[in-house]
Design a protein around this ligand. Sequence first.
Ligand SMILES: NC(=O)c1ccc[n+]([C@@H]2O[C@H](COP(=O)([O-])OP(=O)(O)OC[C@H]3O[C@@H](n4cnc5c(N)ncnc54)[C@H](O)[C@@H]3O)[C@@H](O)[C@H]2O)c1
Length: 330
Amino acid sequence: MPDFSNLKSKKVLVSGGAGFIGSNLCEALLQHGANVTCLDNFATGKRENIEPFFSNPEFTLIEGDIRDVETCRKACENQDFVLHQAALGSVPRSINDPITSNEVNVGGFLKMLVAAKDAGVTRFVYAASSSTYGDSESLPKVEDVIGKPLSPYAITKYVDELYADVFKRTYDFDTIGLRYFNVFGRRQDPNGAYAAVIPKFVMKLMANESPVINGGGEYSRDFTYIDNVVLMNLLALTSDNPEAQNEVYNTAFGERTTLNDLVKYLKEYLSEFDPRIADVEVKYGDYRKGDVPHSLASIDKAKILLNYNPQFSMKEGLKEAVTWYWNNLK
Ligand SMILES: NC(=O)c1ccc[n+]([C@@H]2O[C@H](COP(=O)([O-])OP(=O)(O)OC[C@H]3O[C@@H](n4cnc5c(N)ncnc54)[C@H](O)[C@@H]3O)[C@@H](O)[C@H]2O)c1
């Protein structure tokens, strides 16, 4: 683990800090001695994700909405750094309600950018997305080669990158965008219509029920364990490489796993807790609109410019995640 002692006593705002990734970022920042403010409206985040931090004097919660610029200004006041995570995730959600996804993911992003710039924040690191690669078929994905967006969600995340770029050109405001690739791990919400595939499948298997794969199971993803994502965020916040600023980075492990293999590994790891899970059959459903067939990141840019060296392979992360779900949600 690199030395993050320079985070000590830094004031960091984490928007979306009550969510899956945001709460893990809050936790890591507090461990490194930072002063953390979480801004969240609990649209999808949960109070229980951040409850353990309430007793820490270095932690502050602002309950508010990034669609309100005054809330963003209040939250950015006196902050050194911002880790902007607040957004409405999920491709299907954005297909069902593109207006709200746009209002939060684009409108809210712009308000956070303006508020952070005006408050003199020196590092603004934001959650971008691998969905920006859209219909580009080239593998592995390299940051400069993107296709056309395949969903309203993908548009919102791409527009954020365009705004960030323009804020450098027009206001000389520095940002770093992290294109996350299918992040998974502790505290990722398994419930609801828009749950991500790993927690959804874990819950099904723990209940000895069949997970349903959309399509034939040959689609693949660069599933990325949360601790690798936390590492990237901390590197982006603390990097003293001037060339690393105003760039976007793939945030992934750099290997792809098919959905069929994913289920195979989940069954293997979960059957150590309950042997019956090894016999649960998989079901197959229709392909989903907006899903890209394959996703695999090149992580060379992050390795070179940010010294990123992911610590957890997909399988190592999966074992950790499965154990967390078994101990906490079974
Ligand atoms: N999880 C992934 O695999 C993945 C992949 C690519 C990008 N991302 C991006 O990473 C970020 C975090 O995602 P996550 O998986 O932790 O999702 P999450 O839903 O757990 O976290 C998002 C957080 O933002 C908050 N939020 C939503 N709208 C808000 C608003 N208007 N004002 C204030 N807070 C608001 C939610 O309450 C929640 O706590 C998002 O920007 C998401 O688009 C995630």
